[in-house]
Design a protein around this ligand. Structure first.
Ligand SMILES: *Cc1c(COP(=O)(O)O)cnc(C)c1O
Length: 452
């Protein structure tokens, strides 16, 4: 299997190369050259435990990795999850179920992809003999999940920039209390956007990038998307047969990575009829699906901070399929969008998406009402899913984080603060963090001093 860029100006690569590059050299995102048809496999996959399903799915793409290595990677990646089913389904009533994606080490769905990516990087290092420096910027969950996925891995140093005072205290503890010597949490004075733009400058310094073996962890890496497709597959296989083809998958959405991973499965023949793009007040995607207009607005802080995004980077992957693989049209769309911040698209209606939007004050209200009705506590991101559900249709809501990660919003909903033993344990650990200016020179010299 080869992987091509959405912009069509980069040479096709193998799976391992697509993972190592992250972004394609023409600025596009990698996608499989052809999508396999999964229908012949579905019946035989029904009984597989999670890691074996993951292996069976990845074997279709990662055909340049030895099967035994891939098997070890799939197994190791879900070993640190605390629920035996990895992604269990909770039935709230006969039409409403929740897919719990928060049983990983950092209690958010990003663990599914980043535990696997960490193991893929480790395999790459042992194969090539070249060490890696991983650099990322985070507004919360990604940093914690990336650090956990790369913790203690031989040959990897992890540098994560985050805006000082703007991530939640628990998220900061998840990044800074690991005790691992290969992890460097870098608090910057500034916003997430300042961190992001400094990061981009470092990645544009090709000489530096080559010298320290720099790699990115953000949701543009194709391995992250494919790892997320697996839990949609696992969920679909476990839904009641009589209703699974009619079930709406409801996905709290920011960067469009998670919902795209599910939609990609439907392109591979898995009969999922509808994906609900559930947004918070940062509703660029909701407006797109309602009106066909993709128009940037300002980013507003919300109770669901991991969805406070306007430019949904994974949207480009969807666009590639929507434009039937015409990469020159993808390039034109992206360049118009970057110049004007505003583009129109026609003809969405039969692509299997619907959308909804939740205002900020609604988030604690929904948390409260779901708790009152079902005795079930949802986190503020998941809460965005319970809006405009279709009467009489079955829904599966993807729960993207554990409510204990966001105690302040739960309190706002008038409910007692939840906690977990792993979060409690963090409170006794020593914080190790570094302060740094959000400048290319400062970041580069910090990395050089610390890679030894
Ligand atoms: C990252 C994140 C999201 C948004 O996921 P996308 O793939 O960016 O759409 C939603 N909820 C939580 C808890 C997250 O951490």
């Amino acid at each position: 299997m080869r992987f091509v860029s959405t912009r069509g100006e980069a040479p096709p690569v193998t799976f391992s190369e697509a993972v190592a590059h992250g972004l394609a050299p023409d600025g596009g995102l990698y996608l499989p050259e052809e999508l396999p048809d999964l229908r012949p496999f579905l019946a035989q996959w029904e009984k597989l435990p999670y890691h074996e399903l993951c292996l069976a799915f990845f074997e279709l793409f990662a055909d340049d990795l030895e099967q035994s290595k891939l098997a070890r990677i799939a197994e190791a990646s879900y070993e640190n999850f605390t629920h035996p089913e990895i992604a269990p389904i909770r039935h709230l009533d006969d039409k409403l179920s929740v897919l719990e994606l928060f049983h990983g080490p950092t209690l958010a769905f990003k663990d599914f992809a980043l535990q696997l990516l960490g193991n893929l990087y480790e395999e790459q290092i042992s194969r090539t003999g070249r060490d890696l420096s991983v650099l990322g910027a985070t507004s919360g969950d990604t940093g914690a999940a990336a650090i956990s996925g790369l913790l203690g891995k031989k040959g990897v140093k992890v540098f994560i920039l985050y805006p000082n005072g703007r991530v939640s205290p628990l998220q900061e503890r998840q990044m800074t209390c690991t005790g691992a010597s290969n992890v460097f949490p870098l608090a910057i004075d500034g916003t997430f956007d300042d961190a992001q733009s400094a990061l981009k400058e470092v990645f544009n310094d090709h000489e530096f990038k080559e010298r320290v073996g720099l790699s990115a962890v953000n949701s543009i890496n194709l391995a992250r998307i494919l790892a997320q497709s697996v839990y949609y597959l696992s969920a679909w296989l476990r839904l009641p047969k009589e209703s699974r083809e009619d079930t709406v998958f409801v996905v709290p959405t920011g960067n469009f990575g998670n919902v795209f991973a599910g939609w990609l499965l439907s392109r591979m023949g898995v009969p999922i009829s509808e994906f609900r793009v559930a947004t918070n007040r940062n509703d660029v995607l909701h407006r797109l699906f309602q009106t066909g207009e993709y128009a940037l607005g300002p980013v507003s802080a919300s109770f669901a901070p991991s969805m406070d995004i306007q430019v949904a980077s994974n949207f480009e992957r969807f666009l590639y399929y929507f434009l039937e693989g015409a990469s020159e049209q993808v390039r034109e769309f992206m360049s118009n969008f970057h110049q004007r911040g505003n583009v129109r698209l026609e003809g969405f209606s039969d692509l299997g998406f619907s959308s909804s939007r939740v205002s900020d004050p609604e988030i604690p209200e929904i948390i409260k009402s779901i708790h009152a009705k079902y005795g079930y506590l949802v986190d503020p991101h998941t809460a965005c899913s319970f809006k405009d559900l279709v009467p009489d249709r079955p829904h599966l809501v993807l729960a993207t984080a554990h409510p204990a990660k966001f105690p302040a919003v739960i309190q706002e909903a008038g409910l007692p603060e939840p906690t977990t033993s792993s979060l409690e344990a963090l409170k006794d650990k020593e914080i190790v963090r570094y302060s740094i200016e959000p400048k290319k020179e400062s970041i580069e010299s910090f990395i050089l001093e610390n890679i030894g």
